[in-house]
Design a binder for this molecule. Structure first.
Ligand code: ASP
Ligand code: MG
Length: 440
């Protein structure tokens, strides 16, 4: 069985939902994971933000606006009066839940329950649409099998056991529809897999049921070899290995949730990125094998902060890096790139909530410098680190660009350079001209 995930834009309007119905309704049994309709999760995040600030009136206005937009969707989506009524009932009960949090003390569970309504609504409406059009289709409640543990990591064993159980309980059908993104946590409360997490739902579920393929349907053809917003004539990448895709997903302009690749890699299940607007295109296929050596793609990630710690105590000492890392661990802040000399270490983070506290703690070790507004540019391919002359090709391409850090050799799938955000475009273009042309 295949698992297909459709993103917010793919189910973002009644027309788009019908297009998804056409794509999936080929008679083959499958599980379909849906996001919330586009814009919904953002709106729900905003509503929760207002409720945290006790700004209940504004929250109620936003809730009313969102509800009104859904009422319109229902009118357009269904043919029969009976199904329109059923659709309005789905909307009403979801919005009653949201409204129930506009009084009393707001809590994390309240927020998570509000955030879950987007996917709960889209999947119920879509299932009803499929049924109205005569398709054999059932809803699989994700909250009964998707789970994260105390560390907010996916609980694969639980998911495997419970996905099978829920499939049996729901009983045979051709098309199973389930919610992306939402799950329960170790205490059994409603939680989620973080923004963009529907992709991750699809791969966790695909791995749990040993799917034959996991397809992630979005509104672009797949991974491109460079960022089309900054560079002309980018090309779609036909095939990538799991490792290359994992590197790119972190950078990949939100095409794929970065954790998506891992469950698929463990079970060796191919992942295919497909375009809802262009279903005939094969998209990008991600498998254990890569196709050929050389450079596959260049990608960028903004919003990076570089931190440099200079300390004479570092010279010939052991345990220094450990003390530095411990501070980042204390503030639960992942480090992305790192480079060291004998008396200084530079590293990058993209989670800045505790930056000031981290800096205060680091000040005890020596001189600390913080550079904001940096961009990591990542060059991805297979065995690029072993291809002779590769490094000089990269450095020649980057002639004239102020590079703040370089990471080379950490993995055989990537080289990363850190540049000021103001040089992002010129860096992407220079790499495209020098590394990606000539059929690379
Ligand atoms: N609806 C969620 C979001 O917008 C999850 C997803 O679309 O993947 O982040
Ligand atoms: Mg997404």
């Amino acid at each position: 069985m295949k698992v297909l995930k459709f993103g917010g834009t793919s189910v973002g309007s009644p027309e788009n939902m019908r297009a998804v119905m056409k794509i999936i309704a080929d008679g083959e049994e499958k599980i379909v994971v849906l996001s919330a309709m586009s814009g919904t999760t953002n709106a729900l995040v905003e509503i929760s933000g207002l409720l945290w600030k006790k700004n209940r009136e504004t929250a109620s206005i936003s809730i009313g606006q969102l509800e009104a937009s859904y009422k319109k969707v229902v009118k357009k989506l269904f043919e029969s009066e009976e199904n329109r009524k059923k659709g309005q009932k789905i909307i009403k009960s979801a919005f009653n839940i949201i409204k129930s949090f506009t009084s009393g003390k707001f809590s994390q569970v309240g927020e998570n329950t509000i955030l879950a309504q987007g996917e709960l609504i889209s999947t119920q409406l879509f299932t009803l649409l499929m049924n109205e059009n005569g398709y054999d289709c059932k809803l699989l409640p994700a909250l009964e099998f998707m789970r994260i543990d105390e560390d907010k990591m996916a609980d694969s064993n639980y998911i495997r056991e419970h996905a099978e159980k829920v499939l049996q309980e729901v009983g045979p059908t051709t098309y199973y529809i389930t919610q992306g993104y939402i799950c329960r946590n170790a205490s059994g409360e409603i939680d989620n897999l973080q923004r963009g997490g529907s992709d991750y739902t699809a791969s966790l579920l695909g791995a749990a049921i040993d799917a034959e393929e996991i397809q992630i349907w979005t509104d672009i053809d797949g991974f491109h070899n460079n960022d089309p917003r900054y560079v002309e004539n980018t090309k779609k990448i036909e095939q990538l290995s799991f490792n290359e895709a994992a590197e790119l997903a972190y950078f990949g302009a939100k095409i794929l949730h970065p954790q998506t690749v891992f469950p698929a890699r463990v079970q060796n299940i191919p992942v295919r990125l497909k375009n809802t607007m262009n279903p005939a295109d094969g998209g990008t296929l991600i498998t254990a094998e890569s196709s050929g050596t050389g450079i596959k793609a260049v990608a960028a990630k903004d919003g990076i902060t570089a931190i440099k710690i200079r300390s004479d105590r570092m010279l010939m000492a052991y345990g220094f890096l450990k003390s530095v890392f411990r501070i980042f661990e204390k503030y639960r802040t992942p480090i992305d790139m790192i480079s060291t000399s004998e008396v200084a270490v530079s590293l990058t983070i993209d989670k800045k909530d505790n930056l000031q506290k981290i800096k205060n703690d680091l000040d005890k070790f020596g001189t600390v410098e913080v550079d904001d507004n940096m961009t990591i540019i990542c060059i991805v391919g297979d065995i690029i680190a072993e291809e002779r002359g590769f490094a000089s090709k990269v450095f020649n391409a980057l002639d004239g660009i102020p590079i703040r850090m370089i990471s080379y050799g950490g993995s055989r799938h990537n080289i990363s350079v850190l540049v000021p955000n103001s040089h992002k475009k010129s860096t992407l273009q220079a790499l495209s001209e020098n590394l990606l042309s000539n059929g690379n």
